[in-house]
Design a protein around this ligand. Structure first.
Ligand code: DOR
Ligand code: ZN
Length: 301
């Protein structure tokens, strides 16, 4: 086979950053994807509609000529988020989601929420459900006493199960899932829960963090998991289930912030993500499911 034709892909979890790198990150993405959901964890974060619209125009400014790439925006949920913000966001045609970062989970999550206070946000979640905004969740519990490899399963048990039960009308994307537990949970949940899967979690397991020495470019959050987990993710995405779609969490950091004694989390994958997803689907004889995963499932959700 020499070519594969699929509907142009969407990318439902992307860090473009801001400032000087924006030109490179937007160009790389626009070459490969038709739309992307842009993460709001800038410094300071994109908390309200006004900031999201300004960021949106900074992105539009650097899209290559004659390219139809369309950024979709997400607001950063914080203790300053109000119902009015949510209603205003829902009235725009570009803000599609609100991002929940538990404080302490990942890069620039310090303005995120305390999971122990999750219930205080229920009126906001209810309003989102009524106004058709999706909740995107970095699903990990970052507490000191939770082992880093168990952060996702603890999140499911302690928070996600009750959130879904309490707010059955809220559409939730369980982002960048990494474990068999998460795969099983998503498959067994109702239609309002979907999940994104990154390219790095399909290609690598936690051994790859330490192969022939410490590999900082394989360090991302949620951290890579076991081979059993990786196999479960591959099975899920190549099964054709519409609950799983691409969101590769492409997260660039400067080389000197990765190759350093205390390095940042994130894999910069957007220039090669379509090719790598395709390779996985090819390896597992599932190219017929590629378009669903890359282009259809997320859009339908
Ligand atoms: O590895 C990661 N890097 N995971 C995230 O959730 C955030 C991202 C970043 O923004 O650097
Ligand atoms: Zn991310």
């Amino acid at each position: 086979m020499t070519s594969i034709i699929i509907r142009s892909p969407d990318y439902f979890h992307l860090h473009l950053r801001d400032g000087l790198v924006l030109l490179d990150t937007v160009t790389a993405t626009a070459m490969n994807f038709s739309r992307a959901l842009i993460m709001p964890n800038l410094q300071p974060p994109i908390i309200n509609t006004k900031d999201a619209i300004e960021y949106y125009y900074r992105i539009l400014n650097v899209i290559p000529e004659n390219n139809n790439f369309k950024p979709l925006m997400a607001l950063y949920l914080s203790s300053n988020t109000t119902i009015e913000d949510i209603i205003l966001a829902s009235k725009t045609s570009i803000i599609k989601a609100i991002k929940l970062y538990p404080a302490g989970t990942t890069t620039h999550s310090n303005h995120g929420i305390k999971l122990t206070e999750l219930r205080q946000y229920y009126p906001i979640f209810q309003c989102m459900a009524e106004h058709n905004l999706i909740l995107c969740i970095h699903g990990e519990v970052p507490d000191e006493e939770v082992d880093i490899f168990d952060r996702e399963i603890v999140f499911i048990e302690k928070y996600l199960k009750s959130l879904i039960n309490d707010l059955p009308n809220l559409k939730i994307v369980f982002e960048h899932i990494t474990t068999k537990d998460a795969v099983d949970f998503v498959i067994n949940s109702g239609p309002n829960l979907s999940a994104t899967v990154t390219v790095q979690h399909l290609f690598s397991n936690r051994n790859h963090l330490f192969e022939n020495g410490l590999q900082p470019h394989n360090y991302c959050l949620p951290i890579l998991k076991t081979e059993k987990d990786r196999q479960s993710l591959i099975k899920a995405v190549t099964s054709g289930s519409s609950k799983f779609f691409a969101g590769t969490d492409s997260a660039p950091h400067a080389k000197n912030k990765k190759e350093v004694s205390c390095g940042c989390a994130g894999c910069y994958t957007s220039p090669v993500a379509v090719a790598l997803y395709t390779e996985i689907f090819d390896m597992y004889n599932s190219l017929d499911k590629l378009q669903g995963f890359l282009s259809d499932n997320g859009a339908k959700f």
